[in-house]
Design a protein. Structure first.
Length: 349
């Protein structure tokens, strides 16, 4: 009787048993890091910031001067607060957008000025009044959208004109001065360790707190749920109307805070201080990766987009480029970044 002997094949090894095996290099592995860099919106924005800073330093020898960098961050603190509020409103979905943030800032600034000058209250108490005024103005937007059912674009377009007109009427069409006391100017005109005070004590804490809230709290999770799928969020017990109204209130409060920062920086309350800034805020939010349909975006992306926009604006102004070209370049950067992300998304699919 013949027996069949089974022979087990022995695979070749690179060395003795237990020695590490050599890794295979996958096709295209050399370019994996570049793909990850382009697919990460924050990494892409960081690269654009470095490139823009290098180009602007070539266009103007004054770009990297300390006084210019300080002026950049002072302006960026105001715009950054508006963009942060805009980001939250858009994240909430439902076509959410706040076209009134600029007018809310103007009207809150006028309220601050009248409280500190006409009523004679301490400027720091007037700060609280201005922020509360901003929250109330934002609540009006939220109620119009969630309770009355007015589309966000129409509701905030209407309040844009309403708040802007109210600011001009209350201020009598002139700037409000006379609140340079109690050390109020230190908020907008001083620096701590070389960093402007409004950046160190207002802007960075605002971004840090809201980044924590959006990614580590129940409210933040609800915002992303509502923005991604309103129906599914409501079925899980999320109060959609309350969440969205809260986002408009936060946006209004940040606009009120921005008006205080601006007033401390310029030492006057302008009834037109926020004119046109709402479009810049929307641009920064979208450029930072916030999906206009809601549910997608990060506060860190908005911060990097803010830095990019401030670098471009400051550098082009120093280079003598007209405002018309500045606006055009900003639009081109926005469109190019969105197209790049769209093309990379299609390539991955």
């Amino acid at each position: 009787m013949n027996r069949t002997k089974t022979v087990t094949p022995v695979l070749p090894t690179a060395g003795r048993a237990g020695s590490p095996q050599p890794r295979r290099r996958l096709p295209g592995a050399d370019h994996a890091w570049a793909s990850r860099l382009l697919n990460d919106r924050n990494a892409l924005l960081l690269g654009l910031i470095l490139l823009a800073g290098f180009v602007m330093s070539l266009l103007s020898p004054y770009f990297l001067r300390v006084d210019n960098l300080l002026a950049m961050t002072q302006y960026g603190a105001v715009l950054g607060l508006l963009a942060l509020g805009q980001t939250l409103v858009i994240l909430g979905g439902g076509g959410g957008i706040d076209l009134s943030v600029g007018s809310t800032m103007s009207l809150s600034g006028v309220v601050f000025g009248l409280t500190a000058v006409s009523l004679g209250l301490d400027p720091w108490i007037a700060v609280l009044v201005a922020v509360v005024a901003g929250v109330l103005l934002g609540a009006v937007n939220g109620l119009l959208v969630t309770v009355v059912g007015v589309p966000p674009l129409i509701a905030t377009l209407g309040t844009l004109y309403l708040y802007a007109s109210a600011a001009l009427v209350l201020a009598g069409g002139v700037d409000i001065n006379g609140f340079d006391r109690s050390g109020f100017a230190q908020l907008g005109q001083s620096a701590i360790a070389g960093i402007p005070t409004q950046v160190l004590l207002i802007l960075l804490p605002a971004y840090g707190v809201l980044a924590f809230v959006m990614h580590r709290s129940r409210f933040g999770r609800e915002v992303y749920q509502v923005g991604s799928n309103q129906l599914a969020a409501s079925l899980t017990g999320v109060r959609v109307a309350r969440v969205r109204t809260s986002l408009y209130c936060i946006s209004g409060g940040l606009a009120g805070l921005a008006s205080v920062v601006m007033a401390s920086w310029l030492l006057n309350a302008k009834p037109t201080a926020g004119t046109g800034m709402e479009l810049q805020a929307i641009t920064i939010a979208v450029l930072g990766g916030t999906a206009i349909t809601g549910g997608v975006g990060r506060v860190s992306g908005t911060f990097l987009a803010l830095t990019l926009v401030v670098v471009l604006n400051s550098g082009l102004q120093l280079a003598g480029v007209s405002n018309t070209w500045q606006i055009g370049l900003l639009g081109a950067v926005l469109i190019a970044s969105i197209l790049l992300q769209h093309l990379l998304g299609r390539a991955r699919r």
